[in-house]
Design a protein around this ligand. Structure first.
Ligand SMILES: [Zn+2]
Length: 230
């Protein structure tokens, strides 16, 4: 047995090409609907333009932007949109896949649960706060645990619907791990439900994806038992 750990690096250009293809399928329901010119403006220009328009919104609402507290808000909001809460729209921010050979021959499921994320509802642009629970069965490869977390955060940082977020995370993990045996469960609270509209503060929305072996009742049950979420 080789003592040295084998590290499989996916060639960089192949990786980038995959990202581009993955993020440019604008017509399908599981992909975030993006315009063809989505990445023609750079971040600085986007911030400048959003700042201008957000200022307009505030003025229309009747806010006095000469107030010290409000003055910087348009710029802060614009920067937050582009650099933070919607930074997952940009393919180059996607975490890079680094696969490791599964040298321990661990063939059971690996569960990473309670990954906290903050997203935003694409219908109201208010927060979705939730937890993602992810599992996979190795097909000979493993990825770092922090990588799973980063994949969740990347797709959360877009205007989202929870169903699409669930599928996007699963699809990315299947691609990264070269296996269909991936499961994702998300439970989340939608501020557009709790703070407005029906004002239901206790409701949680649960979505799930069971690929490959996870479609089998036994595997599904084992996964859900780990989550205590039946
Ligand atoms: Zn909403």
């Amino acid at each position: 047995m080789k003592l040295k750990e084998t590290l499989l690096n996916i060639p960089e250009d192949e990786n980038i090409k995959e990202q581009e293809i993955g993020d440019n399928h604008v017509g399908t329901s599981t992909d975030t609907p993006l315009r063809a010119d989505a990445f023609e403006k750079d971040d600085d220009l986007k911030i400048e333009l959003i700042e201008k328009h957000f200022k307009e919104i505030m003025l229309i609402l009747g806010l006095d932007l000469n107030d010290d507290s409000l003055q910087g808000t348009p710029h802060r909001v614009a920067k937050m949109y582009v650099k933070e809460i919607f930074s997952g729209l940009k393919p180059e921010n996607k975490p890079k896949a680094k696969l490791f050979a599964n040298k321990y021959k661990y063939n059971e499921m690996l569960v990473e649960k309670n990954i906290t994320f903050y997203s935003n509802c694409e219908h109201h642009f208010v927060p979705i706060v939730g937890k993602a629970h992810v599992a996979y069965i190795s097909n000979g490869y493993v990825i770092g645990l922090s990588k799973i977390n980063r994949i969740v955060q990347y797709f959360a940082k877009r205007p989202q619907v929870q169903e699409r977020l669930t599928i996007q995370i699963a699809t990315e993990l299947k691609k990264a791990l070269k296996t269909e045996d991936v499961a994702v469960v998300i439970d989340a609270a939608h501020m557009c439900v709790s703070s407005r509209g029906v004002q239901d503060v206790n409701s949680l929305t649960v979505t799930s994806y069971y690929g490959g072996k996870f479609a089998e009742e036994e595997k599904k049950k084992e996964f859900l038992d780990y989550l205590n979420l039946k």
